[in-house]
Structures are given as structure tokens and as C-alpha cells.
Design a protein around this ligand. Structure first.
Ligand code: DGY
Length: 321
């Protein structure tokens, strides 16, 4: 019997995931460097039975047309799926699964890191150290904000938002608030209060963005939102760059409408090195490292492979979309 063919969008998939697929499938691996290219994927995709998607390239009609009728299942090695045309996949009866939960704690750890780095001025401090302007004698030099006693506002209390809420508690925060469509029972269990977005913006010392990017949430952090925030507020984004109007953020950071930002995600990615955000001392940037740990990436690769294998075998996907 013919073994199913899986196109893997990227050569650098943790072996545990690839080995699982290799037991039952033939793999075609796109190996263009430094990133997978759309052209390479389009060249290799015809007739495949499944797609292992580990790229932020758009998975759209053009790719699906080129794949053709054999395509039965897509496993994206990501929790987010704003880059995938889910409606088009469903119209065509193609199954799709993602990798939620396994990356929750890794992303929450990065959120904590960004909160502290931005609030305690790590970037500005490091620039001062490296340029020889370390001010040893001053009691008022490089003062920042601390988590202790602060109000932490979480935009989107999904798995990652909840993990952030649980992780800030030992820092003796004063209050945890969150906003979203409706109150969640998990919020109550964590001791987080449901509030409107407006109240969250006005009350929070730290605003952590952990909600999905959708037409409804795109650009929700705009001039109007920044105007409502405390001048001492710290904004952290571990979700998607598109949630923030970056020009408005640059203005807010330059004009002191908010104190600082810590971002793991930006638009575009990679962010051009001459982007205004990269020149701001009160903006701490890291290159989308949320899920970038050895263990988490292994778990993601295995879950994406299991989604594909189950789809090919007609079994329920472990993490369907
Ligand atoms: C995801 O899985 O959506 C993450 O952003 C990838 O790091």
C-alpha cells in the first residue's frame, strides 16, 4: 500500500516529531534557508496527503489549489493560526490541528521576563553600561517599576493569560484583572477580576496582551487605548504584533503616554533593524521567542505530527481547530 506523503515546510523540525511521521509516511522536506520560502513550498506540494506547517507564511487558497485533491490534513506547529485560512480548509474538508497548551508555560515565562525587563529598564541599563555611562552614586538613577503591589491587567484570559496570572502571584502583586468576551470560571479560581477593556487600561500598572489576533482585535492598542493607560504603565505583548498599532506605540513611548513596552511579537517579523521601535530605550524587544525552548518545541513537533497521523488514519485529531 502507498505510504502517505507529508510535506514539511521547514527542515529544522525537532527530530522527535519527524521520526514519528517517518514511521508511517514519506516526507518531502523544504530546506530553504534562512526561512522556508513560499516558492519552494509551491514547487514541492503537488499531490501530498498532509502538510506539516512550521512557518508564518500564509497558508491560503493558492497553496491549497497547488496541493490538490489528495490533501487531507494540516498540522500547524503553532498555537496561533491567524496565518491559516481555516474557513478555506474547512470548505474543502481538510482537517487542521494546532499545538495549544504545550507552549503555554514557555510563553508565560517569556511574558514574565518581558514584564520585568521592561519595567526595570534592562535595555536602557545595558546601553548605559556598554557606553560607559553607569552612574554609581545616584539614588535616583534608572529607577523602575516593580510587580509587588501592582495591578496586572491581562487582555485575554486563555491558557497563556491564566498561566501569566498564576506566575505573577508569588511576586506579591496587588490585583489581577482581565478582560475578554465574558468572565471565566478559571479567572475566579485564580483570583482575577473580570473588568471592561476600558477599566483594565485605566487601572493596570502592567498590561499583558495574550489574546488571539482577529479582525476584532487587530490594532486594538491604538492612540485612543494608550491615552487611557497610566503614564507609568508597562505594556507586554506575547500574542501577535498585529494587536498593536506600532506607530501609535512609538508615539506613546516617545511622548511618555506609557512608561515602557516589552514585545516578543512585532509587525513585520523580522522587524527591520532601523524600525523606530528598535531605537527606543524604553522598548525591550525579543525576536518571537515565546515557545523557543528545547522541550516546548519538541512537544509542539510531536503534537503536530500526532495531529497529522490521526488525520491520515481517520481518527480524531488530538488538537483540532
Ligand atoms: C504560536 O505557536 O502561535 C507561537 O506564537 C509560536 O512561537
Amino acid at each position: 500500500m502507498r505510504r502517505p506523503i507529508v510535506l514539511v515546510s521547514n527542515a529544522e523540525i525537532p527530530e522527535m516529531g519527524l521520526n514519528l511521521l517517518k514511521e508511517k509516511c514519506e516526507l518531502i522536506i523544504c530546506s530553504e534557508q534562512p526561512y522556508p520560502s513560499r516558492a519552494d513550498i509551491l514547487r514541492k506540494i503537488k499531490g501530498v496527503d498532509a502538510l506539516f506547517w512550521c512557518t508564518h507564511l500564509k497558508l491560503d487558497k493558492e497553496i491549497l489549489d497547488e496541493a490538490g485533491e489528495n490533501l487531507k490534513v494540516v498540522g500547524t506547529m503553532s498555537a496561533g493560526y491567524d496565518h491559516i485560512d481555516i474557513a478555506e480548509l474547512k470548505n474543502r474538508g481538510i482537517l487542521v490541528g494546532n499545538t495549544p497548551n504545550v507552549l503555554t508555560s514557555a510563553v508565560a515565562e517569556v511574558a514574565l521576563g518581558l514584564m520585568i525587563a521592561a519595567a526595570r529598564r534592562f535595555h536602557e541599563g545595558q546601553l548605559a553600561l556598554m557606553s560607559g555611562s553607569w552612574n554609581t552614586g545616584a539614588a535616583q538613577w534608572m529607577l523602575g517599576m516593580e510587580l509587588r503591589g501592582s495591578t496586572v491587567g491581562i487582555v485575554g484570559l486563555g491558557g497563556i493569560g491564566q498561566a501569566v496570572a498564576r506566575r505573577v502571584q508569588p511576586f506579591e502583586v496587588g490585583r489581577i484583572i482581565y478582560c475578554g468576551h465574558s468572565p471565566k470560571k478559571e479567572g475566579e479560581a485564580i483570583g482575577a477580576e473580570f473588568v471592561s477593556l476600558e477599566e483594565l487600561l485605566q487601572e493596570s500598572d502592567f498590561v499583558v496582551v495574550s489574546c488571539p489576533l482577529s479582525p476584532e482585535t487587530k490594532g486594538m492598542f491604538n492612540d485612543e487605548a494608550f491615552a487611557k493607560m497610566k503614564k507609568t504603565a508597562v505594556l507586554v505583548n506575547v500574542a501577535r504584533g498585529g494587536l498593536i498599532d506600532q506607530e501609535a506605540l512609538v508615539r506613546a513611548l516617545q511622548d511618555g503616554k506609557i512608561q515602557a513596552a516589552g514585545l516578543d511579537v512585532m509587525t513585520p517579523e523580522p522587524l527591520p533593524t532601523n524600525h523606530p521601535l528598535a531605537s527606543l530605550k524604553n522598548c525591550f524587544l525579543i525576536p518571537h521567542l515565546g515557545s523557543a525552548t528545547v522541550k516546548t518545541r519538541q512537544d509542539m513537533a510531536v503534537l503536530a505530527a500526532r495531529n497529522i497521523l490521526c488525520g491520515l488514519e481517520g481518527k480524531p485529531l488530538p488538537a483540532p481547530l
